[in-house]
Design a protein around this ligand. Structure first.
Ligand code: SF4
Length: 366
């Protein structure tokens, strides 16, 4: 319990809340301080610990696009579904969150019910094990996630090379987070005073990766962990920077996030992937925001090995996930929220995923 209790100390939490309120009261022109938490895990933690309500009036918290399942474009999901049928002996392996996300022609769960071999795995290395156990079949791993999960996929690709398993390929839908943050700020649709930087992503890319926020946009960023004191510490640092007009990068998750990130993970990403433009749900194409297998591993790139036709498809009718992901509206502003769209019957991906903003609002907002 030591490592949990020390980040949930109520006295320290009260002190930080008092500090935030005092700072805003002393600088009334900054009220409310408008912050975006990039990461869907932060959205859930903020709700879970009641931080939105606690800071209401002084700090406004907006959810960002940090849910990799949610930002996977419908077109890419359609590609994944089409890949499961390119050969009768394909096994499509992916993480559990992905199977209920709607594409234009249903989801992977429905495809599985119709007879496709779709397997849920907990790690890309499980997909490698599947390939080893099924040497006569092609295993395609649907790689979805940010900088946090991509190194695991790179490791599985390198391991497949090492142990000479030819029947594993990857449909890489991996995405990079800083370009999405730039896209939100460049669009100017939502006014923001500061950013709560993603904890897990930053453990890989480092807190220094966010220095473009103060340098290019003049706003502060505080990298945060997922415990209440982590988040309150980050919010206090941001409020102070806004009040004093001193933007910078503040690493309040130093126990996990080094300034330069994880060099081993970054090396593996460089070794296996090239950076390319990628389609994001709600954003369209963002330059240099996606990872594709590079030429040395092209023989494991499912998109190149099994080209399938996929076109841009409309979002589910009435779903406003795109605006939710860009922080333009809150889920409760979607007319389908709670009336039609629920975790049991999700219309859009933001209600499906455990990290989705709509799922967080549904679970905690009443
Ligand atoms: S509530 Fe449902 S339909 Fe509305 S934006 Fe969220 S996921 Fe889409």
């Amino acid at each position: 319990m030591k490592f949990i209790d020390e980040f949930r100390d109520p006295d320290l939490a009260r002190r930080l809340i008092g500090q935030i309120r005092h700072e805003v009261a002393a600088h009334p022109t900054i009220r409310p301080v408008r912050l975006m938490e990039f990461c869907g895990g932060h959205t859930h933690a903020i709700f879970h610990y009641g931080l939105r309500q606690t800071l209401e009036g002084d700090v406004e918290l907006r959810s960002g696009p940090g849910c990799p399942v949610c930002v996977t474009a419908s077109r890419d999901l359609d590609t994944a579904m089409a890949l499961s049928g390119v050969q009768p002996d394909v096994i499509l392996a992916t993480f559990g969150d992905m199977v209920r996300v709607p594409g234009s022609r249903g989801n992977l769960q429905e495809l599985r019910a119709a007879g496709a071999d779709v397997r849920i795995v907990y790690s890309p290395l499980d997909a490698l094990s599947l390939a080893q156990a099924n040497p006569d079949r092609e295993v395609i791993f649907l790689g979805v996630g940010f900088e946090t999960t991509a190194p695991g996929v790179a490791a599985a690709v390198l391991q497949a090379e090492k142990v000479e398993v030819p029947n594993l390929s990857v449909l890489s839908l991996h995405k990079l987070t800083p370009p999405a943050m730039r896209a939100i700020l460049d669009a100017g649709e939502v006014a923001l005073d500061g950013i709560i930087g993603p904890g897990h992503v930053s453990a890989v890319i480092g807190s220094d990766a966010w220095s473009f926020l103060p340098d290019d946009y003049g706003i502060p960023c505080a990298v945060a962990g997922f415990e209440p004191l982590d988040l309150l510490g980050a919010i206090a640092a941001l409020v102070h920077a806004v009040a004093e007009g001193t933007p910078g990068v503040f690493n309040t998750y130093g126990r996990s996030v080094p300034p330069a990130g994880n060099p081993t993970a970054m090396r593996m990403l460089d070794q296996v992937f090239d950076v390319r433009a990628a389609a994001w749900r709600g954003f369209g194409e963002i330059p240099r925001s996606g990872l594709v297998l590079n030429a040395a591993y092209a023989h494991r790139d499912a998109a190149r090995r099994f080209p399938v036709e996929a076109t841009d498809t409309p979002e589910p009718k009435g779903c406003r996930c795109g605006e939710v992901l860009r922080g333009v509206i809150e889920p409760s502003a979607c007319p389908l929220f709670r009336r039609v769209c629920t975790p049991r019957n999700p219309v859009g991906p933001c209600m499906v995923s455990a990290e989705g903003a709509c799922a967080a609002f549904y679970k905690y907002s009443e």
